[in-house]
Design a binder for this molecule. Structure first.
Ligand code: FES
Length: 500
């Protein structure tokens, strides 16, 4: 009797440098989905957004791909991942990962410890886990994946809504715990190491969903967290089959919508250790701001995030393949860059900022934000444009951010000119044009004082592997949360800051 032997295929993925051994016949999309690759048309072969470049080998049925490439205007070296089947050893490069998930290796001061640790940043969209040698602080490996809760919606509100029922809360908790565990096993499997500690950070909703806390109070005014404590787990508590002595800790939120990702950012920026007036801004799902120094810090959450993530923008999309990520004026002509060098399908946050700046520059938008030619959309690419409502959404986001910063500065009896450093955290911050950000009045400080910090949550989580005090009283006692909407001057300042 002959046995059916399944042939194994070696798949190498660039620029991640990952190698996977998979069964012959495996759909490529099943593998690269784990690395956060998106399939804009739902994997129907229409958009080309999932294209991968062949560096060696090929997928099944190259002729079919050639025909589709022709239709989509792609070079012959590309294959559509959504319809690719793996049949031989192959190396691919994924243009979507050009805007690489930020997995930082920034050096920092530390006391060497024995063993190894894992720092995990649980983002609403992406999870990043780094394996660290605690004796050297060196990053040995990094694993990233898309947050599996995204199947319940990409924005934070839909995650909260899903978590409102008992069943939804349980599902969200299991999904995220299993996914983090999967990344951990990918980091440690095959390595002869002693894992000592795992530190997790995330926004308050991620904290609550992972820990299984009630998210209902986060769904309605005054949007409170039910638990602001760091939660320590044993591997057994989480059903994780790793050494029983590994200490696992999810760092506490600072306040309702100010999560431990921001706390980790404070640690990463060093603002808790300096006398200089320093600002940390995370333009993620909410626009969080922290301002202060080693003596006192104020933090607030603004409604600045969604527009910069493409929400409420007619052709808005996240920073993925097909998104216009930057716009310039070149001899009066509009020039733009599309992530993945693909056909432009929409515009992401960094592109939105640039586009508004360009249309102000060429006089298509006035200082109040009105389109000079009423009811004529502002064309950027062949199919991508901004509407009057998009510009208004941008103004609301910019107004909220600038007003938030102004109010916090006022509360410290300082002026914007007193700020010595402003750190922008998060993936989005890495791609924005600082000149446009300052000229549009989103951040009213000198461009030279602004620094891009990268994935500050992950840097901070890594630094927190080297501490044992998870109450953080020494820092948290200096942080005050300011509810901006309760400030009587907010409305006036907000309206004022909406103008260009
Ligand atoms: S996802 Fe659109 S072509 Fe593959």
């Amino acid at each position: 009797m002959s046995k059916n032997i399944i042939k194994k295929i070696k798949l190498r993925i660039e620029p991640l440098g990952k190698e996977r051994i998979v069964n012959k016949g495996t759909p490529l999309k099943d593998i690269i989905f784990e690395y956060g690759v998106e399939f804009p048309c739902g994997g129907k072969g229409f958009c080309g957004g999932c294209k991968v470049k062949l560096l060696s080998g090929d997928v099944k049925d190259p002729e079919k791909h050639e025909k589709l490439n022709h239709k989509l205007g792609l070079d012959s070296e590309y294959r559509l991942a959504c319809i690719s089947e793996l049949v031989e050893d192959i190396t691919i490069e994924i243009p979507q990962l050009e805007s690489l998930i930020l997995a930082d290796n920034t050096p920092f001061a530390f006391y060497p410890l024995d063993g190894f640790g894992i720092a995990v940043d649980i983002g609403t969209t992406t999870i990043v886990a780094q394996l660290i040698d605690l004796s050297t602080s060196q990053v040995l490996d990094v694993q990233t994946s898309r947050n599996p809760q995204a199947r319940y919606g990409s924005d934070i509100m839909s995650r909260i809504l899903h978590g409102l029922t008992e069943e939804g809360s349980k599902e969200s908790k299991i999904l995220i715990r299993e996914e983090v565990y999967r990344l951990i096993t990918l980091l440690v499997d095959g390595r002869n190491i002693t894992l000592k500690k795992i530190v997790l950070v995330g926004n308050s909703v991620m904290h609550h969903l992972f820990c299984g806390f009630d998210v209902k109070p986060l769904s309605m005014y005054p949007f409170e967290t039910v638990n602001n404590e760091s939660v320590e787990y044993s591997p057994e508590d989480l059903n994780w089959a790793i050494d029983k002595d590994v200490k696992i800790i999810f760092i506490r939120p600072i306040a309702s919508f100010i999560g431990s990702d921001i706390y980790a950012g404070i640690i990463a920026s060093g603002m808790d250790k300096t006398q200089n007036l320093t600002v940390l801004i995370d333009l993620g799902t909410n626009g969080e701001i922290v301002i202060g120094n080693s003596e006192k810090m104020l933090c607030a959450s603004t409604a600045a995030g969604p527009a910069f993530e493409g929400t409420n923008i007619q052709m808005g999309m996240s920073a993925m393949s097909g998104a216009i990520s930057s716009v310039n004026l070149n001899n009066s002509q509009i020039d733009y860059h599309v992530i993945g060098n693909n056909e432009a399908l929409g515009i992401c946050g960094s592109g939105l900022i640039d586009a508004v700046a360009v249309f102000l520059q060429n006089g298509k938008i006035d200082a109040g934000g009105a389109l000079v030619k009423k009811d004529v959309n502002l064309k950027i690419g062949e199919k991508v444009y901004l509407t009057q409502k998009d510009v208004r959404e941008f103004q609301l986001a910019k107004g909220a951010l600038a007003a938030g910063l102004q109010i916090l500065v006022n509360k410290l009896d300082k002026s914007l000119a007193d700020i010595t450093h402003l750190f922008i955290a998060g993936g989005f911050g890495n791609f924005i044009n600082l000149k446009n950000v300052t000229q549009l009045g989103m951040l009213e400080i000198n461009e030279n004082k602004i620094h891009k910090l990268g994935n500050s949550a992950l840097i901070g989580a890594k630094m927190l592997l080297f501490t044992d005090d998870y109450t953080f009283e020494n820092v948290l006692s200096k942080i005050e949360h300011i509810p901006l909407d309760a400030d009587e001057g907010f409305q006036d300042i907000f309206v004022d800051k909406m103008f260009f």
